[in-house]
Write a protein that binds this ligand. Structure first.
Ligand code: MV4
Length: 445
């Protein structure tokens, strides 16, 4: 087992990893930017090393500084968390080259899923359902026009280096395609330095349902059931839950098996998530695979009673899986608490938290790095915590969430708490009748 893990991240996920390490008797090293010197992850780790100025590029993305911190503290593994370097194959390779275990998949596995066309071709070969469309890149506008006529409008143009909505366009008819193709290409080139575009049939009003998987170093892959992440705004998830209100035992079995096939086809090692689009007829299609721990991993932990960070560490150290898949025995909901103003187009609201009271009690979990007096820096994402409710049924989990939200006091900044309070009362949300378009028409009262 590892003796000392460096956490190449900040905020709540750094704290989350430190907590499990402490339970496992593993020493921890925090790294931090000058903007984060007063952060809890710095205080709670056994050691802490400053790795640079506030901008991510100078600190949490600065590979040389992070490797130097690992060498001087004698860390034998690095946990990347999510975001920053978590899906950076070059960083995973550099860790290996320095004899430091990267807690996650190998560089080859990260690359296989990082390029979306490659990933889709791998899925087709593995027998995982994908959205019908064109295999490979679109050469030019004329090629796009010919293929769109064959696939049938509406179609979607996507960036092969994309994910998260950048370089993506819906095209409803031929007269729109030239502008959409050029726009997607320009946007992809600017965002990813890769302007490769491909085409799919547009799936209307889909749900976003993802399957958590885990694979060991010996080729065994298991699934840990689904999370419904359909409550998103501009590709930012705001609420996740498990089980999905749209799930059936048959669909779970089929999607679970597809996710296992997807991961097993690349001999996947570590925890990962296979994202699917699910249409109203319960047809499901591979969308992409995330080769990291995700923000919303907690809802899975709560419904199957399983520490996913501990599992990541055990697998990285060479433990074998039992081969068992897990089905939810509870219902969990996660609300992302962001320093944003929901009455003002979710505008970021960094600054000092003057008063803080976090909820507690039966069925409530808070994963957060903030405290009274903490100043939220403007340099990073605006998530300041996650509130998770757990109960035997969905209705009870919603009621527990409403109660917990009503106890949450954060003064000095604006937060997404009022949004979540309103959502928990929404009849459509309460009935489970929602898809990825739900928030487009949601209005704050
Ligand atoms: C789609 C789609 C409909 N049809 N692909 C959004 C992010 C990127 N990973 C893929 N996305 C989508 N791909 C086809 N063929 C609709 C979306 C989409 C979406 C997906 C999941 C959650 C929220 C979304 C919001 C808008 C569009």
């Amino acid at each position: 087992m590892f003796k000392k893990i460096l956490i190449a991240n900040r905020g709540e996920i750094a704290l989350r990893v430190i907590r499990t390490c402490r339970e496992m008797g593993i020493k921890t090293v925090a790294v931090y930017s000058t903007a984060d010197k007063d952060s809890l992850h710095v205080k709670f780790a056994d050691e802490a090393v400053c790795i640079g100025k506030p901008a991510s590029i100078d600190s949490y993305l600065n590979v040389a500084h992070i490797m130097a911190a690992a060498e001087i503290t004698n860390a034998d593994a690095i946990h990347p968390g999510y975001g920053f370097l978590a899906e950076n194959a070059k960083f995973a390779k550099i860790c290996g080259d320095h004899g430091i275990k990267f807690i996650g998949p190998t560089p080859d596995m990260i690359n296989a899923m990082g390029d979306k066309i490659t990933a889709k071709q791998t899925m087709i070969a593995a027998g995982v359902p994908v959205v019908p469309g064109v295999e490979g890149l679109l050469e030019d506008v004329d090629h796009a026009k010919r293929e769109a006529a064959r696939v049938g409008y509406p179609v979607m143009l996507k960036a092969t280096a994309g994910g998260g909505g950048k370089g993506m366009r819906v095209v409803w008819s031929e007269d729109e395609i030239e502008k959409a193709f050029d726009g997607a290409k320009t946007e992809a080139a600017a965002a990813f330095k890769n302007d490769g575009i491909y085409m799919e049939k547009f799936v209307e009003e889909p749900r976003h349902i993802e399957i958590q998987i885990v694979g060991d170093q010996f080729g065994q892959v298991c699934h840990l059931s689904e999370r419904d992440c359909s409550i998103q705004r501009r590709h930012q998830k705001l609420v996740e839950e498990s089980p999905s209100p749209f799930m059936t035992p048959e669909l779970r079995e089929a999607m679970g098996n597809a996710a296992i096939k997807a991961a097993a086809s690349i001999n996947y090692e570590g925890v990962g998530t296979v994202e699917f689009l699910v249409d109203k007829h319960r047809n499901f299609y591979f969308m992409e695979m995330n080769t990291r721990i995700q923000v919303e991993h907690c809802v899975t932990e709560e419904v199957i009673n399983y520490d996913l960070i501990k599992e990541q560490i055990l697998i990285a150290a060479g433990d074998k899986l039992t081969g068992k898949n897990y089905i939810p025995v509870m219902h969990a909901i996660e609300c992302r608490i962001n320093a944003e103003d929901p009455y003002n187009d979710f505008r970021p609201s960094p600054g000092k938290i003057t008063v803080l009271h976090q909820p507690g009690g039966h069925g409530v979990r808070v994963d957060s790095h903030v405290y009274a007096g903490y100043v939220i820096p403007p340099y990073y994402d605006s998530m300041i915590g996650k509130l998770i409710s757990v109960a035997q049924t969905r209705q009870e989990a919603i009621d527990t969430m409403s109660r917990a939200l009503s106890e949450y006091v954060i003064e000095g900044i604006k937060t997404t708490i009022p949004f979540h309070q309103q959502l928990m009362k929404d009849p459509k949300f309460r009935s489970g009748d929602f898809n990825t378009k739900f928030l487009e028409t949601f209005k704050m009262q």
